[in-house]
Write a protein that binds this ligand. Sequence first.
Ligand code: 9MR
Length: 380
Amino acid sequence: MSTRTRKQLGLAALAALIVTLTAATTQEPTSLKEAYKGAFVVGAAINAAQITGQDRRGDAIIGEQFDSISPENVLKWERVHPEPVTYAFDLPDQYVAFGEKHHMFIVGHCLVWHSQVPAWVFRDDKGNFVDRDTLLKRMHDHIQTVVGRYKGRIQSWDVVNEALNEDGTLRQSPWLKIIGEDYIEKAFQYAHEADPQAQLTYNDYSLENEAKRNGALALIKKLKAEGVPVTSVGIQGHDGLQWPSVENEDATISAFAKLGVKVVISELDIDVLPQATKQQTADVSMKVGQDPKLNPYANGLPQSVQEELAKRYADLFGVYLKHRDVVTRVTLWGVTDADSWRNDWPVKGRTSYPLLFDRSGQPKLAFQAVIRVGANTKTE
Ligand code: 9MR
């Protein structure tokens, strides 16, 4: 082969390579993590079947689509620390190993909450409330043991979960009643001691409602002023088709950002079913009786509602992207519609459609819409 032919072949190969690369870079991303790369990580809350590999279809979606995971239940106090001297680390260990295998940003959820805490935590042998020092010690030991075990491996902890009432005052939980208001700062201090590098979040729902938002803003402001190591606010994002408005979400993120904390959308799902509660809430204790009117899509979601959901998801992701300088993570609360807690709350046994993948694991219109919002921003 002459030198000239060799050169021509070399140039042709180079041209082919350029064409391939150009095609690859102009193609729409196929995963959420790719679509939002450089903006924020996109996570999913995962359940025991996914952690242990029993849900293979779910695991394939998680591995392909997400670059962060949250434990839907396995790190809650009653699961990980059911008895005073018994810790159950088997599932949490597998959870962390799952995230590491996929090189994910791993979240811990949650340390101090009023729900899913065993009764013994607050009581003595006679069944009476323990005193402040005893409860502080129990809280300290729990946080030290759980956060310490995953030091440097779980990158972010939901330290205090849902401490506020809807009117912005502090919830009268046993934590507050026994320890007093400073239980919140103590929890953050203990978590920081156990892993000084971990991001530490105050996490709550309905923060878009004015009274609750003001309560949360006042709380974060006070914690920051006292030097408490709170790094982010988790806006859970158990949303509906109408609530919160795009303007409201925008204003809520801005208000927290002004306080110098990062914002995470920590538990996103969008309900299309008729609202069964008067108030916009995600209070797990809420229960409403079954009524066919509250379950209108038991046999499938009409196309028009799929489209409405897709637009709604796109609008909200547009807001998150606008705030990409402070929003560090957006986590969906589940993988497919079949996994969602929304099927059983506040009414048991409804057929709900709040996520981006349908019951058979197929991407929904909402998925495409979310991908497009991320991809368009990249090419702007
Ligand atoms: O999705 C979780 C569901 O499986 C549990 O039964 C429920 C009860 O504690 O908790 C759900 O997750 C909640 C989260 O931990 C905190 N914010 C509200 C979430 C939805 O209820």
